[in-house]
Design a protein around this ligand. Structure first.
Ligand code: ATP
Length: 983
């Protein structure tokens, strides 16, 4: 039969040129001198069928199979061999084609092979599988060299067995069994590994389960606690906030009342003191008047004594009573005239006094009116400032103007360690630098100064977890000042209009100075715009320069200026508060001053009115006295006319001097009486004033007492409000703290989550306490345990499942191995039996008689038993095969091989000089015997022996016409004989 139809080789070993060898006969002889490339044909077949061992191909590495060049030829970079098979008998059962071509290519550069079946690229394994299927492998009968023939008899029974394994098809099972054992070992390892893991998990699992159960219990309780406690805390905080607001309003109201009451008390106290002062004056005046009064009374007494003495003196010179009466009338008339004069003078003075007092009163009233107008304006202004201040205070306390993140940080300062405050809170700017600083520090005012970067990390976590906004932080431990170099500083300080470096112009506590050094050490403040331009040039536009008006030259030359509609509120607010407070103090003191002036004017007005009333009374009595005198004068004149028949017109000469003395005394007495009365009146006025003052003072005293009691009560109430407010703040902050610490929530974020209804507050609070106690009694909790237990348990179940899979696969593998063993035993036994059936005959044919058989060296272990050969050549008794000659050994081997071939035919056998040791007769027998197989097997025989050549159907000669390059040509027997002889 013809199995291999064609070999095409190019670049393989000595096939430097594309070489094709067609096989049209079942028995092909290949002849040629040594080294001409005959064996390279066999190598090419083995190589194309996937041979991987370079040693089997007689090389050191796979690159050795590529044509390496000759004296005339360059080396090649790739080798390619194609084998074309007739597959009409489906020797390759898996390939449903009548013709099958197998190609292997090898590339020297990449050292990689490519395989093709019928032109399609395939894997090495695909090639190896079909080679194994047809028995075309190196350990099979397909390729038999002289070496393997001679070693067959000499090798050990175990080595020899391999040939039978191959023939029995056991080799395939063995390969599969090896694979199955490898898999089994791997599975076993895997099982051990999984068992280790399972053991490890089993050790951990009970404790994790306990922890997980505890953690779940904790979680349930905590969730319930959180739900109700957050609701209660939110409700509490809302209540506290509301109450704080109410208290704040009450405080404002109370403060206003207190301050107005204080003012009232002050003004009343001043009035009281003023009255005290004027009372003292009055006392002094009274005592002075008293003394004067006593003196005048004495004086009048004296004058009266003098008059009596003068009158008695005069009476001695009286002639008669009529005369005396006339004279008396004259005197009295004179006296009345003097009195009248005096009264008229007094009245005139009183009227003039009254006019004067009235003018003064009007003057005071006018002044008081003006002052009251001023006071009114002042009070309005003060009220306006107070309300602005209230707004500013409220805004300052509410943090409303802060960014959300900054506000939340400041409001939770208690729970966040190391938060110091905003830049705005820490700095203080003098008014003259306000515009300059405001324009440069604006963006940094809300930066939050913190103790260190760890505190900042916690604060940022807090903002993140509460979604509570963001903020810029200045941690004191990482801030590094960015100073201007000292020579440059020196130059800047010398520049015209230089005011200072911004970081040095602002006031801040020494320990926070680094904040300013970090933010503003390269900001230079100058006087005016032109100065700024000059300094910018001087510093090569490297720094920020700002004028006192807030115009700026930025680094690299940009200029910012103009007028801001709204000044920087944040920076100015504190300043504005202190400015307003100062203004308010001044206004308060002005108000007091004006009020004092008004009060004093009111006193004067009151006093003037009283004085006018007194004068009016005095005028009344002076007028009455005048009328009385005029009436007395009329009576005297009448009497005089009756007595003398004349009008009263003058005195008698002789009494002139006495009368004159008396009249003078009378005049003096009248003056004194008038003065006495005047003093009396003045004293009365003063006394009445004193009474009124006393009365006023008593009233003031009791009012002040009452006011003071009220003030003290108000202050107590204010203090209570303060305490209440503090308490509310504390409660609010402790509730907020609890929200933050226990639930990581701000009030705002807590309010935004859904709230449980708290119907019965007392019951809810009891429940909270109970849950807290229960949670506490749970002790240490590992919350991760829930997830850990779940994961570990899943892992455990997963591995237990895997164990089952692996055990099942191990069992399957063991079963498969057993099956294979059984199958191998059956097949091996069969081949041995079959070969033993054929061997005696083959042996007898090749040896010309005798017999042979094969036996197991260990029949109890068919799978591993070696194979021995027992022979009896004709006429010889052989106990040891090694005693046979070389030719005999070959004959024994060939008879076994042929026996195998007989019972287990294979489609192609390549014999490489196997008959070399035989003598001519045996060669002839050998060649003839081969011919008996050609219906089942194709032979390719490399030979030097003529006997073999003569029996071949066709002969190819291998030559090297070009040195180092094999050329194959069909030749005739005669040529073959020549080549053979020549070799
Ligand atoms: P013998 O009758 O002595 O067994 P042979 O005819 O079987 O000889 P081979 O063994 O087939 O000869 O061929 C060997 C020849 O092939 C040698 O001449 C060797 O130089 C040549 N050869 C082997 N590999 C390469 C290669 N990679 N490149 C070129 N020539 C090679």
């Amino acid at each position: 039969m013809i199995f291999i139809k064609r070999i095409e080789a190019f670049g393989f070993k000595s096939f430097a040129e594309p070489t094709t060898l067609n096989f049209d006969f079942a028995m092909t002889g290949i002849v040629g001198p040594n080294g001409s490339g005959k064996s390279n044909i066999t190598d090419a077949i083995m190589w194309a069928l996937g041979e991987q061992s370079s040693k089997s191909l007689r090389g050191d590495s796979m690159e050795d199979i590529v044509f390496s060049g000759s004296s005339d030829r360059k080396p090649l970079n790739m080798a390619e061999v194609t084998l074309v098979f007739d597959n009409s008998t489906r020797a390759f059962s898996s390939l449903d084609y009548n013709e099958v071509s197998i190609t292997r290519k090898f590339f020297k550069l990449t050292k990689e092979s490519e395989y093709y079946i019928n032109g399609s690229k395939v894997r090495l394994k695909d090639i190896q599988d079909i080679a194994l299927e047809t028995g075309l492998t190196k350990s099979s009968l397909a390729i038999i060299s002289q070496g393997s023939i001679s070693s067959f008899v000499e090798s050990s029974p175990e080595q020899r067995r391999r040939l039978f394994d191959e023939a029995a098809g056991v080799a395939r099972y063995k390969k599969r069994k090896e694979e199955a054992i490898r898999k089994l070992l791997r599975s076993q390892d895997n099982l051990d590994r999984i068992n280790d893991i399972i053991n490890e998990i089993e050790r951990k699992l009970p404790s994790l389960k306990r922890q997980s159960k505890k953690a779940s219990e904790y979680q349930t309780k905590f969730d319930e606690l959180k739900q109700i406690e957050v609701a209660v805390l939110v409700k509490d905080i809302q209540l506290y906030k509301k109450r704080i607001l109410e208290i704040s309003e009450e405080k404002v109201e109370m403060k206003t009342q207190i301050s107005s009451l204080e003012k009232a008390i002050q003004s009343r106290s001043e009035e009281f003191n003023n009255i005290n002062k004027s009372s003292f004056e009055n006392e002094r005046e009274l005592s002075k008047l008293n003394k004067e009064f006593t003196k005048i009374v004495d004086e009048i007494g004296q004058l009266k004594v003098s008059r009596i003495s003068l009158e008695s003196k005069k009476s001695k010179v009286d002639i008669d009573d009529k005369e005396f009466r006339i004279s008396d009338l004259k005197n009295k008339a004179k006296e009345l005239e003097i009195k009248l004069n005096s009264e008229e003078q007094k009245l005139g003075k009183l009227l003039a006094d009254k006019v004067e007092k009235r003018n003064a009163l009007e003057d005071f009233s006018k002044q008081r009116f003006e002052l009251n107008k001023k006071l009114d304006l002042l009070r309005k202004e003060n009220a306006r400032i107070e309300s602005t201040l209230e707004n500013l205070y409220a805004r300052k306390n509410s943090n409303d103007n802060l960014f959300e993140g900054v506000r939340n940080i400041l409001e939770n300062k208690k729970v966040l360690a190391g938060i110091i405050g905003t830049v705005q809170e820490l700095i203080n700017v003098d008014k003259q630098y306000e515009n300059a600083i405001a324009s440069v520090v604006q963006n940094s005012l809300q930066n939050v100064v913190a103790r260190n970067s760890a505190d900042v990390k916690a604060a940022i976590e807090f903002l993140k977890s509460n979604k509570a906004g963001y903020a810029t932080f200045l941690p004191l431990d990482t801030l590094r000042a960015n100073y201007i170099k000292s020579d440059m500083r020196f130059a800047i300080q010398k520049a015209k209009g230089f005011v200072g470096f911004a970081n040095e112009l602002i006031k801040i506590e020494k320990k926070y100075q680094v904040v300013l050094d970090y933010l503003l050490a390269t900001y230079i403040v100058v006087d005016k715009y032109d100065d700024a331009i000059e300094v910018a040039k001087l510093t090569n536009y490297k720094f920020n320069i700002v004028t006192l008006d807030g115009e700026r030259v930025l680094p690299h030359g940009a200029i910012v200026g103009g007028s801001r509609k709204q000044k920087n509120n944040l920076l100015n607010e504190s300043m504005r508060i202190s400015e307003l407070e100062e203004k308010k103090n001044i206004l308060d003191s002005n108000e007091l001053d004006l009020q004092g002036q008004v009060n004093s004017l009111s006193d004067h007005i009151e006093q003037s009115r009283e004085e006018i009333a007194e004068i009016q009374t005095a005028i009344g009595s002076a007028k009455a006295a005048t009328e009385q005198i005029e009436k007395s004068q009329a009576d005297i004149r009448e009497e005089y006319r009756v007595l003398t028949g004349k009008e009263l017109d003058g005195g008698e000469q002789e009494f002139q001097s006495l009368d004159e003395q008396i009249i003078k005394i009378i005049e003096q007495v009248t003056d004194c009486e008038a003065r006495k009365e005047e003093i009396q009146q003045q004293m009365n006025v003063i006394r009445s004033l004193k009474d009124k003052s006393n009365e006023r003072q008593n009233k003031l005293h009791s009012t002040i007492d009452e006011d003071r009691r009220m003030l003290s009560a108000m202050k107590d109430k204010y203090a209570n409000l303060n305490a209440d407010s503090m308490l509310m703040f504390e409660k609010q902050s402790s509730a907020s703290e609890r929200l933050a610490q226990n639930y990581n929530l701000t009030f705002e974020s807590a309010i935004s989550i859904e709230q449980t209804n708290v119907d019965n507050e007392e019951q809810t609070r009891d429940r909270i306490n109970l849950l807290r106690q229960e949670i506490k009694s749970l002790g240490n909790i590992n919350l991760d345990a829930i997830q850990e237990f779940k994961e570990e348990n899943e892992r455990y179940e997963h591995y237990v499942e895997q164990t089952n899979d692996v055990i099942e696969s191990i069992n399957n593998l063991k079963e498969a191995i057993n099956d294979m063993d059984e199958q191998m035993v059956v097949q091996f036994k069969k081949i041995i039996k079959d070969v033993n059936g054929a061997l005696p005959n083959t042996f007898a044919t090749l040896f010309g008689g005798g017999t042979a058989n094969i036996v197991y060296t260990n029949p109890d272990d068919i799978l591993n038993s070696g194979i021995d050969i027992k022979i009896s050549p004709p006429g010889k008794k052989i106990s040891n095969l090694n005693l046979l000659s070389g030719g005999e050994k070959s004959m024994v081997a060939l008879s076994v091989l042929f026996s195998i071939l007989k019972v287990k035919p294979i489609p192609l056998v390549i014999l490489d000089e196997v008959e070399a040791p035989l003598d001519i007769a045996n060669v002839e027998r050998f060649a003839k015997y081969i011919k008996t197989f050609i219906n089942e097997t194709q032979f390719m025989i490399v030979t030097h022996r003529i006997g073999t050549m003569e029996n071949c159907d066709i002969l190819f000669g291998a030559t090297m016409q070009q040195k180092g390059i094999t050329k194959l040509v069909q030749i005739k027997l005669i040529e073959a004989k020549k080549i053979s002889n020549a070799s």
